[in-house]
Design a protein around this ligand. Structure first.
Ligand code: OGA
Ligand code: MN
Length: 308
């Protein structure tokens, strides 16, 4: 079988044809996929009829899996390494949930530009999302490259970012969409974490800044100034001509590099169409900043961290 890799966008993304991921992937083919992943940051595979077990097995070829956060109203129905993104309500005869349902409000956080698990002390390396049931329109996933944006910053801005640490928090990002999504126990389990603002890919050395919806403030800068910096970096990263949009077909598998890519889901008519996606997440290799936990206690009502 010969593998074909076709770029999909000038900034990032490639399709990969000629491999059946439900069968064992030989070492040489795996190596080509691994290299394409480092180079293109987003890989699209079509017609991959994966079960949860097969999806986990393919993901494990790259390294250990991350355990998921059991999110609002989703008691574990799946394996602890599977994330279930679905608008089907199993408690009410598989009725479709609309955007007013609390579980969907929580999921709508995925519509903010983000990188998976940047709020954890060891952020995720990659995510693999399988489209099990997809809506006829809407519900696309969009990707942008923080590496491309970094490479196109003025040299002076790049120097300004070097060595800085950004504090990330899912309580912060979710507070921007709704109040009270987490209960106090959840909150205690989710302390703010420190992430390097500039990261390099260990395989090819290429650098990027590392931001997204969980990025809250940059240490050592006045809060408002650090918000302006983070907002301006997000703006250049997500210029319309830098966005690669993936329109889902059933059984697509899309893999992205969370170290360097931001992504977001787009809305769809959730009361009419099912959208069932399953995600596996490849664990990161370690913390990006030392120490990984932020020491200051945040003040949630004003969103402004204490003492900044
Ligand atoms: C995710 C995610 C967006 C989508 O799976 O991590 O953000 O389009 N998904 O479902
Ligand atoms: Mn995500």
């Amino acid at each position: 079988m010969t593998l074909a890799i076709t770029p999909l966008h000038p900034c990032l993304g490639a399709r990969v044809d000629g491999v059946v991921l439900a069968r064992p992937v030989d070492d040489q083919t795996f190596r080509q996929i691994f290299d394409a992943f480092q180079e293109y940051s987003v890989l699209v595979f079509s017609d991959q009829r994966l079960t949860d077990d097969l999806q986990m097995a393919f993901t494990r070829r790259f390294g250990p899996l991350e355990t998921t956060l059991s999110s609002i109203g989703q008691e574990r129905r799946l394996h602890e390494n599977m994330v279930d993104l679905s608008n089907i309500d199993p408690d009410h005869d598989d009725r479709l949930m609309g955007w007013d349902d609390r579980r969907m409000v929580y999921q709508s956080g995925n519509q903010l530009w983000h990188t998976d698990s940047s709020f954890k002390p060891v952020p995720a390396m990659a995510s693999l999302l399988s489209g099990r049931e997809v809506p006829p329109s809407g519900g696309e996933t969009e990707f942008v490259s923080m590496r491309y944006a970094y490479a196109n910053l003025p040299g002076e801005t790049r120097r300004q970012l070097e060595g800085k640490v950004c504090v990330h928090s899912i309580l912060y990002s979710r507070s921007t969409i709704a109040k009270g999504l987490f209960n106090p126990e959840h909150e205690r389990e989710l302390p703010p974490v420190r992430q390097a603002l500039v990261r390099a890919n260990p395989v090819n050395g290429r650098k990027n800044f590392y931001i997204g919806s969980h990025a809250w403030y940059v240490e050592g800068m006045p809060y408002d100034e650090s918000r302006r910096l983070l907002d301006s970096l997000l703006k250049v990263t997500t210029e319309p001509d830098r966005v690669f949009q993936h329109r889902w077909r059933q059984w697509d598998l899309v893999m992205w590099d969370n170290r360097t890519v931001l992504h977001r889901g787009r809305p769809w008519d959730a009361t009419r169409s099912k959208r069932v996606m399953r995600r596996t997440t490849l664990a990161g290799e370690g913390p990006t900043a030392d120490p990984p936990l932020a020491t200051r206690t945040p003040v949630w009502d004003g969103i402004v961290p204490a003492g900044v």
